[in-house]
Design a protein around this ligand. Structure first.
Ligand code: BES
Ligand code: ZN
Ligand code: ZN
Length: 479
């Protein structure tokens, strides 16, 4: 269930309140008795950042934030995290509805609400007796924050939660067909076009990479095309998003060991979830930007007919690939989608995938590994958006010298590079299927949390959605 949020212009005497106080700014002291003010001051001295004042019939939370003087985006992140702490406190107190009282800038107020909304996410579908959060409604009382901005924030948070739901869903209830259907539903709800290629069509097109990975599966693959093309689009050439849709990655015949490596591999479609949910948010907000998303989807399993280490596969582009590890399956299916994207003559292709353990090992869940060849201006803009939403980018080299690691004795290329630069050789592999400005985002690290991380939660995080939404919104408003 999504947490409802709206702008209000007054608050009642019995409403639970959350007051955001930045850098010890003055707050509405008339709300408190002399005794309460003394208590608040004592708590501030003790450096308590979330002060709870239990008034007759209601609770007032006073939340204190010290800004980061150098970097505004760091302060925003602190505020989101504060929003998440408020969320826990509200739920602990059984609060159903809370009013944020904020004299702060629109950005700060929205970040606070964002942390609260995202922190309140739960995946309870499979719980027989769910421990449902009490908090269901948030009111925003802030003169500098308009209702439109609050609505957009709600849409983006809803999209993040949709992505999380998809990632958290096990493969038994979400195979490639199910994933495609979920995108279809999103398209109907938000107003974008969804076309699904079935196995026959994929065979017809000779998408050899996707078909090879699918050989070990009893479920058919899908290839989903989502398109949002408003009449007032600011861009002539589309932005194309591509998402890895491996609904479960066992490694195939190059089987992953369990328990360590396979347990969370239902999340190997987090890239697909991110691009699909972004389409939902873009269309719901009616952003004037032409965006297309492509999702190749299948599970990767060992079976009688599974593709094998040693196989040579002819890809959709016509290139031949010597498979030396069937666990490097993401690049096999993405290559076909990247080749498919060429027909759109895109302005930029942004591809999101849980592609390599190497990326996750290099930087953990703290950021997104990226690489690519779009121009510096676009890279700066991407970085700015990534920082804004605190889904930070770490750019890895995209040097052609790494290509020699992918040389095959018998085919055009191998599907693995070897011991060094695993995230980079994966990116270089994909580059061979592009002829447009391209950025690769490896989200293997941040897509799935094994422990709770504030408003990002545990399990599926929905990483990529807020970043893409910020970037596309900026694009939509550029003259
Ligand atoms: N889906 C995995 C990558 C992954 C690892 C995602 C950990 C999330 C967490 C991917 O398909 C994979 O198995 N990659 C291999 C590539 C290797 C065989 C070249 C890897 O990283 O080990
Ligand atoms: Zn794999
Ligand atoms: Zn994978």
């Amino acid at each position: 269930m999504n947490t409802a949020i709206r702008k209000v212009t007054t608050s009642g005497k019995a409403d639970h309140l959350a007051i955001l106080v930045i850098d010890n700014a003055k707050y509405e002291s008339s709300l408190f008795s002399k005794q309460e003010l003394e208590f608040i001051n004592a708590e501030i001295k003790k450096k308590n950042k979330l002060i709870t004042i239990n008034q007759y019939g209601r609770i007032v939370f006073l939340q204190l934030i010290d800004t980061d003087k150098d970097k505004k985006y760091k302060t925003l992140e602190k505020i989101r995290r504060a929003g998440d702490s408020l969320c826990s406190a509200a739920n602990k107190n059984g609060i159903k509805e809370i009013t944020i009282l904020s004299d702060n800038s629109k950005e700060n107020t929205l970040a606070y609400a964002e942390g609260l909304l995202l922190g309140n996410y739960q995946f309870l579908k499979y719980k027989s007796s769910p421990d449902t959060n009490s908090l269901a409604k948030v009111n925003v009382l802030s003169k500098d924050t308009d209702a439109e901005a609050i609505k957009d924030l709600a849409t983006v948070c809803e999209a993040v939660c949709k992505a999380r739901d998809l990632v958290n869903e096990p493969v038994a209830s979400l195979n490639a067909t199910g994933l495609a259907k979920a995108f279809s539903t999103m398209g109907k709800d938000a107003g974008f076009k969804v076309t699904i290629f079935d196995k026959a069509k994929i065979k017809n097109l000779k998408m050899g990479g996707l078909l090879a990975v699918n050989l070990g599966s009893i479920d058919p693959p899908t290839f989903t095309i989502m398109e949002y093309k408003p009449k007032n689009a600011v861009n002539k050439k589309p932005i194309v998003l591509v998402g890895k849709g491996v609904v479960y990655d066992t490694g195939g015949l190059s089987l992953k060991p369990t328990p360590q490596s396979m347990d969370y591999m239902k999340s190997d479609m987090a890239g697909a979830a991110a691009v699909g949910a972004t389409m939902y948010a873009v269309a719901k907000q009616k952003l004037p930007v032409h965006v297309i998303a492509l999702v190749p989807a299948t599970d990767n399993r060992p079976d009688g007919n599974a593709y094998t280490p040693g196989d040579v596969i002819t890809m959709y582009s016509g290139m031949t690939i010597e498979v030396l590890n069937t666990d490097a399956e993401g690049r096999m299916i993405l290559a076909d989608a990247l080749h498919y994207a060429k027909q759109y003559k895109p302005e930029l292709v942004m591809e999101f995938s849980t592609l390599t353990g190497a990326a996750a090992n290099a930087i953990g869940h703290y950021g997104i590994v990226c690489m690519g060849d779009c121009d510096e201006k676009v890279k700066n803009s991407l970085n700015e958006s990534a920082n804004n939403v605190y889904e930070r980018l770490v750019e890895f080299p995209y040097w052609e010298e790494y290509d020699e690691l992918l040389r095959s004795d018998i085919a055009d290329m191998k599907n693995i590079g070897g011991a060094i630069g695993g995230a980079i050789t994966a990116g270089r592999f994909l580059s061979k299927f592009t002829d447009y400005p391209y950025m690769h985002f490896d989200i293997a690290g941040p897509s799935f949390g094994k422990s709770n991380d504030s408003y990002r939660g545990k399990n599926g995080t929905g990483v990529g959605v807020r970043f893409l939404c910020d970037f596309l919104k900026k694009k939509a408003s550029a003259k």
